[in-house]
Design a protein around this ligand. Structure first.
Ligand code: HEM
Length: 125
């Protein structure tokens, strides 16, 4: 069940808050800023709002292939996923009531896990 307070405005706040942290992070910042040019960030943020809207609210607004670009990033491993999840967790705890934060985090952890397995398989580990 989706908590009432989880709406597009909350998704927008989480996505923007999260990538602010990401872009300033010493481990993940260079990876993201290397893959996404300064002028392409608004488009990336809009895409990520669509992704979370489709994932949590079932709006169908995202119809992409979320895994694909991650397979092309060199040298992404455990430490990167741990940092990604830790920044995501602190963002949702700051911005959402507990129910909504838990739902965001549960979904993020499942997807991160599936990406980690797919990347390891792709790299032949
Ligand atoms: C796109 C990095 C984890 C969801 C991207 C892009 C980068 C990136 C650089 C942009 C690629 C491009 O446009 O060329 C990472 C790193 C991660 C990570 C370094 C962890 C270490 C995740 C997780 C999720 C996620 C856990 C989901 C919960 C997405 C989605 C896109 C994306 C939906 C857009 C894909 C598309 O173009 O349709 N990621 N990501 N990422 N990421 Fe991640």
């Amino acid at each position: 069940l989706i908590p009432d307070e989880l709406d597009e405005a909350m998704i927008h706040a989480v996505v923007h808050g999260f990538y602010d942290k990401i872009r300033n992070d010493e481990l993940l910042g260079p990876i993201f800023n290397g893959a996404i040019a300064a002028e392409a960030w608004p488009r990336h943020l809009a895409k990520m709002c669509d992704f979370w809207s489709a994932t949590l609210l079932r709006t169908g607004r995202y119809e992409g292939h979320p895994l694909r670009p991650h397979l092309a990033l060199p040298g992404i491993g455990e430490a990167h996923f741990r940092r990604w999840l830790s920044l995501f967790r602190s963002t949702v705890r700051e911005l959402c009531p507990p129910d909504a934060a838990a739902l965001f985090l549960d979904r993020a952890m499942r997807i991160a896990h599936s990406f980690r397995l797919a990347i390891a398989f792709h790299n032949g580990e």
